[in-house]
Design a protein around this ligand. Structure first.
Ligand code: ATP
Length: 253
């Protein structure tokens, strides 16, 4: 049976102030598992990722052509509400960006925005989200202290808890561990893999070893074009395109 498709990118082309940085990318991202985007700096990985939840809408000068379908629906159709899309498609960024408020309020924020919950329900949802982000045990006794006092790795997991609290169907990660030490990185990688068993996960990473550890499938981009998309093990061990092989061998940077 063919795999269910979560996102279908159809001839996606993106530009900033008229300068094209993503060219005619067509790609089906499966509903299950982790998909990694790899490629040299500036090849357009983050731009494509941000098209998956309309995060580029707020970037001045950004324009797009082609289509991005989520479960068959055009994400850029007139009837789509970008706020609702960002609830369905959560995102964690390279730099953790907690709100300057308590740990509890960071996670409760989206819940209050999207759902009408009693205080008890809110507390339960916050706890569940913090557990899902493997942070609960470390913060349960100081939920009402400032999020900014957490370590970098804890802040990143808090941002994940904040995103997971509103029950997204998809999680996007943009270089989530690039500012973290190896122990914090390993925790984030474990979470990415765990989430990939429950929902669609897409991760942008510079780190080839990380892609090979966490991703079921990997897409390799070069100068805004999709060069190869395959099961990670196949892409890494038996690349079909000379450009992919050259990149894996460190001949393209
Ligand atoms: N807000 C922006 N305004 C103008 N140009 C941008 C903007 N964001 C990205 N770009 C340009 O678009 C191109 C693709 O950038 P993008 O960040 O998508 O690539 P990337 O592969 O994710 O790179 P990196 O790995 O360095 O983050 C680059 O040339 C970049 O300079």
């Amino acid at each position: 049976m063919p795999e269910a498709v979560r996102f279908s990118l159809q001839n996606l082309t993106c530009a900033y102030s008229g300068k094209v940085v993503v060219r005619g990318v067509s790609l089906d991202i499966p509903a299950s598992g982790v998909t990694a985007f790899i490629g040299p700096s500036g090849c357009g990985k983050s731009t494509i990722l941000r098209c998956l939840n309309r995060m580029n809408d707020v970037v001045p000068g950004f324009s797009l052509s082609g289509r991005v379908l989520l479960d068959g629906e055009d994400l850029y159709g007139d009837s789509q509400d970008p706020v609702l899309i960002r609830r369905r498609v959560g995102m964690v960024f390279q730099r953790s960006n907690p709100f300057p408020t308590s740990i509890f309020n960071n996670v409760a924020y989206g819940l209050k925005l999207h759902f009408k919950l009693t205080r008890a329900e809110l507390e339960l949802e916050v706890e569940q989200a913090l557990r899902a982000a493997a942070l609960w045990d470390e913060v349960k006794d100081r939920l009402h202290t400032p999020a900014m006092r957490l370590s970098g790795g804890q802040q990143q997991r808090l941002c994940l808890a904040r995103a997971l609290a509103v029950k997204p169907e998809v999680m996007l990660f943009d270089e989530p561990a690039s500012a973290l030490d190896p122990v914090a990185t390993a925790k984030v990688e474990e979470l990415v893999m765990e989430l990939g068993r429950q929902m669609t996960v897409v991760i942008v990473t510079h780190n080839l070893a990380q892609a090979s550890r966490v991703a079921d499938r990997t897409a390799f981009f070069l100068r805004g074009e999709l060069i190869e998309f395959n099961r990670t093990v196949d892409l890494f061990t038996n690349p079909q395109r000379p450009e992919t092989e050259a990149y894996l061998l460190g001949r393209v940077s």
